[in-house]
Design a protein around this ligand. Structure first.
Ligand code: SER
Length: 657
């Protein structure tokens, strides 16, 4: 059974049970400044889980492309990937507890758990003897999920399995929310107990991981393949949990892991989905997977993720999604170098990836040239400096003294290395792994040394952390961040001197330009499609400069049309006002914008056009302002130039007034 067949079977299974298929949301969310990537199927559905009516009804199903940056450092073992596809089905409210039952109504545990068991054991034909179940055992004042326990007991008993041997109970490990366990959730966040199915690879347990093996044991014997979240609680201001007005089901299962179970293949990278890519990489890099599995897994995963991220219009940069893309590509390139590869290779691997995914993600094929050009350009840039950078790092490392091995490996069991390295210097690490200050000093790469590697050779800090780790050394992250800040301040002063009348300028023309930019953004999206969005802008009293993701030249008629629409909106003399809204509300009303700033929970949203009960304003956009009060103040608008700025982005220059 292929990955594609698993996807098709799953969608068909739930469509047959009254679910409507919803679209795969973009991997890079367009209107969500709180998150850089879509990391689960439920993410775009939060307003509906909280009670808003979904246009497609209460039962939904889809397959969602997901990217989890938090897992980057885990990649290299036999199961972690940063990019994966999640099969999801949802019930938005249980009719038994809410509205009267109807065909279009939702469902809850007693329908969902038997369905998912049927899908896994009958449709995917995974042997029941290989499956184990976990259930929420209760945490603080949130009660045990006795209902799921009862349902599983009945299912397993009917199958002739002993529920006592098969069902395991955990507290926070059987709880799911976007921000993790109950104590870490912000006020208002929905979450709930979950129930998971684990697959048993039957590999021997070692006591290094604990006396007895169990589904959540880290020894590698078990793999979680299914997660059914019963999203029924919401965090309150006083830290307690209240039942949501509706009890939802949020089920998610990674296609890659299901395939691993279907094929009883413990190494995800050796399943039928990844094997062709891994084999091609072995050939391109002339390297043997058996010997270099960690490096080849990292290259495989990171280039798959980079391919999908680049296809979403992101280009490598030093900020946000662009930074993650750069980090992934550069890490893959560095592992290539470690394998002794001395040629440009990432775009050749991209071709293999695009071909491999073409049966499910045909848009990659359309963007093949763009993706390969982007990989080539980033790799060429990095290839010029990486060797010298590695040499320079060696020189820095040579004169440091590594921490004693036993102690160091204990330290490295803490998964968030950045936080760990911060805490070491704040003296905030557990007593049993405390290192004497003298040893810390001798093992430390200073902030300045790290900054030089970052600045001169483009080594992302995470790569420096990894290099340092390989030598048993430490790096002073806080001092590194201070260096960055210092550097940014210096460049800012320089920039301010250079651009008198730049973004901070509040001259009349500039204010007009800000509002005109919102009109232009909306007109472009209406004409070219909702995928088009702002990727940058710069407004001076002389002109507006506006960048957006579109890879074709705009025809003269299109330019004319955009000018006409903007001018029409100026003539309509639309009122402009702003409101401070909660992020959730702003997203709910569909505010758009370029989120290259970190917004707090409350955001400023500008409305152009009247906002009444029956009328939606022409434009709703996150923005710091300032803006005109009425659009007629802009007087006129004309596009003076368009440019191709590469990587699928165009730039428009326009004038107002
Ligand atoms: N939201 C849950 C997850 O991401 C289940 O869909 O695992």
């Amino acid at each position: 059974m292929t990955a594609k067949e698993i996807i098709e079977k799953y969608i068909a299974f739930f469509e047959k049970r009254g679910h409507k298929r919803i679209e795969n949301a973009p991997l890079v969310p367009q209107n969500d400044p709180t998150t850089l990537f879509t990391s689960s199927g439920m993410q775009p559905l939060v307003p509906y889980l909280l009670g808003k009516a979904h246009p497609m009804g209460k039962k939904l199903v889809n397959v969602q492309n997901c990217f989890r940056a938090v897992d980057i450092d885990e990649v290299g073992d036999n199961r972690h990937t940063t990019f994966f596809r999640m099969l999801g089905n949802w019930s938005l409210g249980d009719p038994a507890r809410n509205a009267p039952q109807s065909d279009a109504g939702g469902y809850f545990k007693k329908e969902h758990l038997p369905w998912i068991w049927e899908f896994v054991t009958k449709d995917l034909k995974i042997p029941i003897s290989k499956l184990y179940i976990t259930v929420f055992k209760g945490y603080r004042d949130i009660p045990k999920d006795a209902e799921s326990e009862k349902i599983w007991t009945d299912i397993l008993t009917k199958e002739g399995l002993d529920p006592k041997e098969r069902i395991f109970f955990y507290d926070t490990q059987n709880w799911w929310s976007r921000t993790g366990e109950p104590d870490k959730m912000p006020v208002g966040e929905p979450g709930g107990p979950d129930s998971e199915i684990f697959f048993d690879f039957e590999t021997p347990h070692t006591t290094e991981y604990g006396r007895k093996c169990h589904p959540n044991c880290q020894c590698g014997r078990f793999m979680e393949i299914v997660n059914s979240v019963f999203m029924e609680y919401q965090k309150q201001e006083d830290g307690s949990f209240k039942k949501l007005p509706q009890q939802n089901v949020d089920h998610g299962a990674g296609v890659e892991r299901l395939l691993s179970a279907v094929e009883n293949q413990q190494d995800i990278f050796q399943t039928s989905l990844f094997k062709p890519i891994v084999n091609a990489i072995e050939q391109i890099l002339k390297s043997d997977y058996k010997i270099n599995s960690r490096a080849i897994r990292i290259i495989t995963d990171h280039l798959i993720a980079s391919t999908f991220i680049a296809a979403n219009g992101i280009i490598p940069s030093n900020k946000e999604q662009g930074y993650i893309l750069r980090r992934l590509l550069r890490r893959a390139i560095r592992y290539g170098k470690q394998l002794g590869v001395d040629k440009i290779f990432t775009s050749d691997i991209a071709s293999v990836i695009i071909k491999n995914y073409s049966d499910t993600d045909s848009d990659l094929t359309e963007k093949e040239k763009l993706i390969k050009d982007l990989f080539n350009e980033e790799e060429k840039k990095f290839a010029q400096v990486i060797q010298e950078g590695l040499r320079r790092s060696e020189k820095i490392f040579e004169i440091k003294t590594p921490i004693k091995t036993g102690l160091y490996s204990k330290l490295m069991q803490i998964s968030d290395k950045k936080e760990l390295f911060r805490n070491i210097y704040r003296n905030k690490i557990p007593k049993n792994i405390l290192i004497p200050i003298g040893e810390i000093k001798l093992a430390t790469i200073s902030g300045e040394e790290a900054f030089n590697l970052y600045q001169s050779f483009g080594f992302p800090i995470e790569m420096i952390i990894e290099l340092v780790q390989e030598k048993g050394l430490l790096v002073d992250i806080e001092a590194f961040e201070k260096e960055i800040e210092k550097h940014q301040k210096i460049s800012k002063v320089g920039a301010e001197k250079k651009f008198k009348g730049g973004l901070a300028d509040t001259s009349e023309k500039t204010i007009m330009g800000h509002t005109a930019t919102h009109l232009l953004h909306k007109a472009l999206r209406d004409l070219l499609g909702e995928n088009v969005h702002q990727t940058g802008s710069n407004i001076t009293s002389e002109r507006i400069r506006f960048d957006f993701n579109y890879d074709k030249n705009l025809a003269p008629e299109q330019i004319k049309k955009i000018e006409e629409v903007v001018k029409e909106k100026i003539r309509e003399n639309l009122p402009v006002h702003f409101e401070m809204l909660s992020l959730a509300k702003a997203k709910e009303i569909g505010a758009i914008g370029l989120f290259d700033e970190k917004y707090g929970q409350t955001v400023k949203v500008y409305f152009v056009g009247p906002k009444t009960k029956d009328q939606r304003p022409y434009s709703i956009e996150f923005c710091g302002g300032p803006h005109v009060a009425f659009t007629s103040e802009i007087k006129s608008f004309r596009i003076i130039k368009q440019e191709n700025i590469g990587k699928g982005n165009r730039r428009i220059y326009a004038k107002v007034g």
